[in-house]
Design a protein around this ligand. Structure first.
Ligand SMILES: Nc1ncnc2c1ncn2[C@@H]1O[C@H](COP(=O)(O)OP(=O)(O)O)[C@@H](O)[C@H]1O
Ligand SMILES: [Mg+2]
Length: 393
């Protein structure tokens, strides 16, 4: 038995009967992905520290795993940029162990055939939008450091990426909804007064838009409840999705009544919207407002460190809620999170991650960033491909 198998067997016994299904990546294979012409690794189901010098390819590995979800991964770049030296194709393959069964998932691009990536599970093509049926990946990266101060569209993307791991139809709803909005805007811009066309598009906007609002709000409620009842060392936060249509949704006692009024609003705003060629009263204008509870201030006014702590708090709540709500263990990606924490917070975060009992991929330049993990953690040194555990028990 290999060392890794030994670790995974032991962990499976520890995690058995905990009321949720274990889900983890057993192996990863990359071809022509970023700086890796080819790369292979096996992983245990526990916290994993990826160590190495700047530019060695730590974030690239996290990015590859993040592409096992809908969308364009943690860096949100065009797929062509991901291919090794822009060669036009890449492949990511994982073996996923879900409820003790192995599944193969592959995601690949071949620019000569298509500009979109193809995803296969166990040999069958699936839409990337349904990847959250198989696994839930939760990530925190330095690119999110400005989340609370930048434009609201990134905060909506943030909450949508979280929402679709809970409700796997959410990614598809968002995609269809955005297409419908573009269609309506084109009608407005081109001054096409086709009543039947408008009615049909607006009916569908209401259908998908209502699901989007409802699913986002359900997730926010779960997260607020988790953050405010747990005894974490990370700050408590209150999150609200604010918007005209969200207020109406909240104040409406009946979903059908809400949908009727949403449809009326779209009809009533047609002439106003046609001046600007945009759709004004819809969930894609919503604002995710986050408040640092103890200080009673909005997150954008908090210090950089406080904002990071709030994000950690939210990410941990997502992981806990996902486990409880979906009965499945999530996979965490924490890019350079530990390096910037003081020792006290490092200790708390490693304790939280250990208690979660999930597979977490964490990056850092120094092994010492992870010294607060003293068991069941695995180091992968990308500088010299030397893998070993921090502590043997
Ligand atoms: N498409 C690409 N082809 C080849 N190399 C790439 C590509 N995209 C990024 N890189 C390289 O990957 C490295 C960055 O890797 P990254 O994972 O961000 O490093 P780190 O270990 O610091 O997180 C850089 O050296 C960069 O030049
Ligand atoms: Mg990096």
């Amino acid at each position: 038995m290999s060392e890794l198998q030994g670790i995974n067997n032991k962990l499976e016994k520890t995690n058995a009967n905990q009321g949720y299904v274990n889900n983890y990546i057993l192996s990863l294979k990359l071809s022509n992905f970023r700086n890796y012409q080819s790369y292979k690794a096996e992983f245990p189901n526990c916290p994993i520290a990826l160590i190495g010098k700047n530019g060695v390819g730590k974030t690239n590995i996290l990015e590859a795993i993040s592409l096992m979800q809908p969308g364009r991964g943690i860096r949100s770049v065009s797929l062509e940029d991901i291919a090794y030296k822009n060669c036009g194709n890449f492949g990511i393959h994982i073996n996923l162990i879900k409820d003790a069964e192995k599944h193969e998932i592959g995601s690949s691009l071949n620019i000569n055939h298509s500009k979109t990536r193809k995803v296969k599970i166990d040999g069958k093509f699936i839409s990337p939008l349904t990847l959250t049926d198989y696994l839930g990946v939760i990530s925190l990266t330095p690119l999110m450091d400005k989340l609370f101060i930048e434009g609201s569209s990134n905060r909506r993307k943030f909450i949508d990426k979280i929402t679709w791991i809970f409700f796997s139809t959410h990614a598809k709803n968002i995609r269809l909804y955005e297409k419908l909005i573009r269609e309506r805007n084109n009608l407005l811009k081109d001054n096409i007064l086709d009543k039947i066309w408008f009615d049909n598009i607006e009916k569908q906007i209401v259908k998908y838009g209502s699901n989007i609002i409802s699913d986002r709000l359900k997730v926010i409620k779960l997260l607020n409840n988790e953050i405010n009842t747990n005894s974490s060392n990370f700050p408590k936060a209150d999150m609200v999705v604010k918007g005209e249509i969200e207020s109406k949704f909240n104040n409406s006692s009946d979903l059908d009544l809400f949908k009727d009024s949403f449809l009326r609003d779209l009809f009533d705003t047609r002439s106003k919207d046609s001046f600007r060629g945009i759709t004004s009263i819809v969930p894609h204008r919503a604002e995710l407002e986050v408040r640092y509870q103890e200080k009673e201030i909005l997150a954008n006014l908090c210090s950089t460190g406080e904002q990071k702590s709030l994000l950690i708090s939210i990410i941990l709540a997502v992981a806990k809620c996902y486990k409880n709500y979906c009965n499945l263990s999530p996979i965490l990606l924490l890019d350079e999170v530990f390096a910037h924490l003081d020792n006290n917070k490092k200790e708390s975060l490693s304790e939280e991650i250990k208690n979660l009992n999930v597979q977490a991929f964490m990056s850092g330049t120094e092994e010492s960033d992870f010294m607060t993990f003293n068991e069941n953690s695995y180091i992968i040194n990308l500088d010299n491909s030397n893998n070993r555990r921090i502590h043997e028990h």
